[in-house]
Design a protein around this ligand. Structure first.
Ligand SMILES: Nc1nc2c(c(=O)[nH]1)N[C@H]1C(S)=C(S)[C@@H](COP(=O)(O)OP(=O)(O)OC[C@H]3O[C@@H](n4cnc5c(=O)[nH]c(N)nc54)[C@H](O)[C@@H]3O)O[C@H]1N2
Ligand SMILES: Nc1nc2c(c(=O)[nH]1)N[C@H]1C(S)=C(S)[C@@H](COP(=O)(O)OP(=O)(O)OC[C@H]3O[C@@H](n4cnc5c(=O)[nH]c(N)nc54)[C@H](O)[C@@H]3O)O[C@H]1N2
Ligand code: SF4
Ligand SMILES: [Mo]
Length: 715
């Protein structure tokens, strides 16, 4: 394995995938930004400090197996993989194929995501595989597919935003979550929709500050104003869309004064937002988790797409709608088959032609391919239950901290016969595991990821991994062969896996068949779809929808949507809304960034942002510890009194574990179509910690329910 001095690669964290150059110096690995159009020489603090994690003192160095005494102990790879294979087979022998389950992540490379899906369907023959992207952009994906016939976060390059006159950021705090993106947002006027005066809202020309969970009413109101005030692009609607009348019927009753009452946003601001979007020559509407992570997230995104269609934005060069994908490979991670209902190439696992194509690719009988499994939250809720899995493999997620109603998730994980976690640090989930498998990190392996603009990028190896770490691909190979699979079916080389992936994706929605490591290594900017063609090379598709949308009639579809309240109701006992999100220096469950001293020092503990009047009413002071309690349980956080907060809303970051975890209070109420949990609204009470007695947290009311009581299949 070559040990190289310098490589050009990409940041291990978010979907922006800033370009970086890594160098091995005597002092360790050093990072600097590369000349990549997305970050244009910029990196956020997470990017600058990313190499620190490579040599973090508590990095996992040996496989660990839990002994009869309950202690995790180092052992050989052979021994650990044998324990896993025997445990998986025992569970399946006794309880059927679906007794083994797999949970993946949107941080995994395309190659890993692909091989993980193949491993679940072929080596385990289980239906039960899903991934943390279900918690991330599943609502936007479902709404995007319904409207446009395919789901690619941004159907245009990020650099297009720099030419815009106006950009609406609906529930996205990019100044903290994708800081280098702000370089592309200096020219356009920003309209920000956020219940908080976020770092991004501070840069906005217009900030709408709705109550959490009211965005659907808000956007129905914006559509209402657009139509009534004559801003609807009727020519575009007639020639490029279908379904306007039904969508308009719902928006008709959302007159501005009603919207103001529901959302708290003044009518004048609603009108100003529509006027700015309509009068800008080039305009974009972008959604983030703030509007998507709700039990009505899919409908809310449909509402924003309806507004964009009425204004004639999507599929026009210089304008559009997009969803800001979150994780490093949040886009590619949702295309290659680690979703419960999906086969590679963004194919549906229930489509007979898709099943046949993939079965042929994999050299297996089509009848052996399982059908769709449970979505993430439903999978967690079923673990160890009568009809649920008894064994779970986790690759690239830390659900003990990041899943909704997490206390209940911990109980379910504890009920398993076998929990296996592959990670490079002892995450909170790894600490619960029966077997922990130490894997290599981004700078120690090859692969590809697909960034938020659908551009496929090469991650490159800089250095040799620690001697006992194996790559996820090697782990899957080791397990598959122990489960009786021929070794060649589970290659360990990223390039080989990519060759298989591109062939499997051929003819699918996300077609990578024209992309190769050779083309990527020569510096080509390749956005999917990029099919293999008989003569020459397909150039890839940086801008989608310019001529057609991906439905068979080539039109985009309005989807009729109606507002509904959140799962929780505010009561005398739980009078406030809690919403959750991110801070600049911590990433996700914090498993990685809490181990980077410079990042952790900037935000070392859980906090809750509270308006001064709300704090006073609750009897809490700035800097004090407070307990935030919902119907699920309670969490402890330090009070930050913040005059710009709404008086009915508090905000907590979700990056912290144990009794400071925000997900102790979030509901596992699910969107009926995307199965997205309601991370962004919980009814809560705030109390000074000292004034409290009684149980630390409760776990009542825990099985996931969708907000409408429906159980239809998700998108
Ligand atoms: N620093 C940092 N950067 C990250 C990540 C990280 O963990 N840390 N994670 C990455 C990932 S995976 C993702 S998905 C992205 C997420 O990126 P964002 O979507 O920007 O992140 P959030 O902070 O979850 O939510 C954005 C904003 O939504 C607001 N919000 C809360 N409730 C509501 C509501 O009901 N309506 C509206 N309109 N707004 C609401 C919050 O106040 C918050 O400011 O970030 C990526 N980048
Ligand atoms: N309350 C609340 N909860 C939320 C959200 C919210 O806004 N509010 N946001 C949700 C969103 S958008 C997301 S994306 C999720 C994310 O939440 P998680 O799924 O928990 O994401 P991470 O913390 O990134 O966990 C990744 C884990 O995998 C490890 N890892 C990283 N790369 C690899 C790899 O290549 N291989 C292996 N084997 N392991 C790897 C890391 O060390 C880490 O332990 O959280 C969700 N939870
Ligand atoms: S913005 Fe995202 S990709 Fe860029 S340096 Fe920061 S974490 Fe890395
Ligand atoms: Mo995410």
């Amino acid at each position: 394995m070559p040990d190289i001095r310098t490589v050009t690669t990409h940041c291990p964290y978010c979907a922006l995938q800033c370009g970086t150059i890594l160098t091995r110096e005597r002092t360790g690995v050093v990072v600097r930004p590369s000349d990549f159009p997305v970050n244009q020489g910029g990196l956020c603090q997470k990017g600058w400090t990313a190499p620190t994690l490579l040599d973090t003192p508590d990095r996992l160095k040996h496989p660990l197996v839990r002994g009869n005494d309950g202690e995790l102990r180092a052992c050989s790879w052979d021994a650990a993989l044998n324990v896993v294979a025997i445990g998986l087979r025992a569970a399946q022998r006794e309880h059927g194929a679906d007794a083994a389950a797999v949970f993946g992540g949107g941080g995994l490379t395309n190659e890993k995501a692909y091989l993980l899906g193949k491993f679940a369907r072929v080596a385990l023959g289980t239906r039960q595989i899903d991934y943390n992207g279900r918690f991330c952009m599943s609502s936007a994906a479902a709404a995007g597919s319904a409207a446009f016939g395919l789901d690619r976060g941004l159907p245009f390059p990020v650099t297009d935003l720099g030419r815009a006159d106006v950009v609406m950021l609906a529930g996205a705090n990019v100044a903290e979550t994708m800081p280098p993106l702000m370089q592309h947002l200096t020219r356009p006027s920003l309209i920000v929709l956020d219940p908080r005066v976020s770092a991004t809202a501070q840069r906005a020309a217009l900030h709408l500050q709705p109550a959490p969970g009211t965005d659907l009413a808000l956007v129905l109101g914006l559509l209402h104003i657009a139509v009534v005030d004559g801003f609807c692009d009727t020519g575009y609607v007639r020639s490029r869309t279908s379904g306007f009348d039904e969508a308009w019927k719902r928006a008709m009753t959302w007159w501005p004064e009603r919207v103001e009452r529901e959302t708290g946003v003044p009518v004048a601001d609603l009108r100003a937002a529509v006027r700015m979007l309509a009068e800008g020559e080039r305009a974009y509407i972008l959604t983030g988790r703030g509007v998507e992570q709700h039990s009505k997230g899919t409908d809310t995104v449909s509402g924003f797409i309806n507004l964009a269609l009425a204004l004639g934005l999507p599929g026009i060069d210089g304008s559009g709608y997009g969803c800001l994908t979150g994780q490093g490979n949040g886009q590619g991670g949702r295309e290659h088959g680690q979703k419960a209902d999906q086969l590679p190439g963004y194919r549906s696992i229930t489509d007979p032609a898709a099943r046949q194509h993939i079965a042929d690719q994999w050299g297996v009988d089509v009848a052996s391919l399982p059908g769709p499994g449970r979505s993430a939250a439903e999978l967690f809720a079923s673990l160890g239950q009568e009809d649920g899995p008894r064994a779970l493999l986790v690759f690239g997620s830390n659900p003990v901290v990041s899943a909704p109603d997490s206390q209940h998730v911990v109980e379910r994980l504890r009920a398993l016969d076998l929990l296996v976690v592959a990670d490079f640090v002892p995450s909170e989930t790894a600490q619960l595991a029966d077997v922990v498998l130490p894997v290599t990190q981004w700078a120690e392996e090859e692969g590809t990821v697909t960034n938020l603009e659908g551009r496929v990028l090469r991650r490159r190896r800089l250095r040799v991994p620690p001697s006992h770490a194996r790559s996820d691909l090697e782990v899957l190979h080791g397990l598959a062969t122990r489960l009786g699979q021929p070794g060649h079916r589970f290659p360990t080389g990223a390039r080989e896996v990519f060759e298989e992936l591109r062939s499997a994706s051929r003819g699918g929605i996300a077609d990578y068949s024209g992309i190769s490591y050779t083309r990527l290594d020569s510096g080509e900017a390749l956005h999917w779809p990029c099919p293999r063609i008989s003569r020459g090379h397909h150039p890839g598709t940086p801008r989608l929808f310019l001529d057609w949308f991906a439905h068979t009639d080539g039109r985009a579809r309005f989807v009729p949507v109606e507002h509904r309240p959140p799962h929780d109701a505010a009561t005398h006992h739980l009078p406030l809304w809690a919403t959750t999100g991110r801070v600049l220096t911590q990433y996700q469950s914090g498993a990685q960034t809490r181990r980077v001293p410079d990042l952790h020092a900037a935000n070392p503990e859980p906090f809750v942002e509270v308006h001064p009047d709300t704090a006073e009413r609750a009897g809490v002071r700035d800097g004090q510890l407070a307990r935030v309690t919902s119907a699920r349980g309670s969490t402890i956080a330090r009070v930050r009194v913040e005059p710009s907060m709404r008086t009915d809303t508090v905000f907590l970051p979700f990056h912290f574990p144990a009794d400071g975890s925000a997900n102790l209070i979030t509901p596992a109420a699910l969107d009926p179509r995307s199965r997205m949990p309601e991370f962004k609204v919980a009814a809560v009470r705030l109390d000074a910690l000292s004034a409290l007695a009684g149980p630390k947290s409760t776990t009542a009311g825990s099985s996931p329910v969708d907000s409408t009581g429906q159980t239809e299949v998700y998108g």
